[in-house]
Design a protein around this ligand. Structure first.
Ligand code: NAD
Length: 241
């Protein structure tokens, strides 16, 4: 693999698993049922589910929001933050972290260039004025929007059927990249799952770091299997060497 200049990194729930945040799908052990699997996706991750039972949905994300604030970034987040800092310090190189995660562990590790394509738990979206506001507390009591005063806040999380954030700049970065790295994602949720094919079609090198092969594993030039807390710091050392 030649030395890249412009890198786009896609992260998924797997990078936060060792920080104690459940992934979307559990590992199949009966005693380890994931948070998400106790609910149907249609109930907690669609606009229709929210319209049907707002209390259920607000309560679900209130719990996720409270939980995430008790967790800490792990070695993989810290390694990417170091890469972000050192790589972007040079004018002739660029690095963008695109995350599907709604936690803030990349930022808390110190990363600056992060796009949350699926939104953020620590943000509220007002359905009345469409403004986004930083949010750490619960929403179940229907607090007023800090921007317009309406009681129309919802979790600032992109649900199934909604348009992910920042797609134009993400595709722009992919077009200018020479390396695409996917970390801790199952490759089951589009459009993120399609980035590897987009990258390949543009001649970008592709690398996968994951616990197990993802659904799109065959599209990657190289796959390394193992825990993110081990693989990511190793790869960052390699690329910065
Ligand atoms: P996913 O749960 O579908 O897949 C997780 C992947 O991570 C799997 O392929 C698994 O093998 C891998 N993995 C698990 N532990 C790992 C480890 N220690 N090291 C490396 N890899 C590991 O997650 P996804 O592909 O990101 O899609 C799920 C969707 O759910 C996303 O859209 C995301 O917004 C949302 N989600 C977010 C969070 C979060 O913010 N932390 C948590 C759960 C779900």
């Amino acid at each position: 693999m030649h030395k890249p200049q412009n890198i786009v990194i896609l992260t998924g729930a797997g990078i936060s698993a060792e920080s104690g945040i459940d992934t979307f799908r559990s590992d199949g052990r009966p005693e380890k049922q994931g948070t998400w699997e106790q609910h149907r996706i249609e109930d907690v991750a669609t606009p229709e589910g929210f319209a049907r039972d707002p209390d259920l949905v607000l309560n679900f994300y209130d719990m996720r929001r409270a939980d995430v604030q008790t967790k800490q970034p792990n070695a993989a987040h810290h390694a990417l933050a170091r890469l972000d800092r050192e790589w972007n310090a040079r004018a002739d190189r660029a690095l963008l972290i695109v995350t599907q995660n709604v936690d803030d562990l990349h930022e808390r590790a110190g990363a600056q260039c992060v796009h949350h394509m699926h939104g953020e738990l620590l943000s509220a979206l007002c359905s009345a004025c469409l403004e986004r506001s930083p949010w750490t507390g619960p929403m179940i009591g229907r607090p007023a929007c800090p921007q317009c005063g309406e009681t129309a806040l919802r979790p600032d999380v992109v649900w199934f059927g909604e348009m992910p954030y920042d797609m134009e700049s993400i595709y722009g970065a992919l077009r200018g990249a020479d390396l695409f790295v996917s970390i801790g994602t199952s490759g089951a949720v589009y459009p993120a799952a399609g980035f590897v094919q987009d990258a390949r079609s543009m001649g970008v090198q592709t690398l996968e770091l994951n616990l197990e092969r993802s659904e799109g594993s065959g599209w990657f030039d190289e796959t390394r299997l193992g825990a993110a807390s081990v693989l990511v710091p190793e790869w960052v050392d390699e690329i910065l060497a």
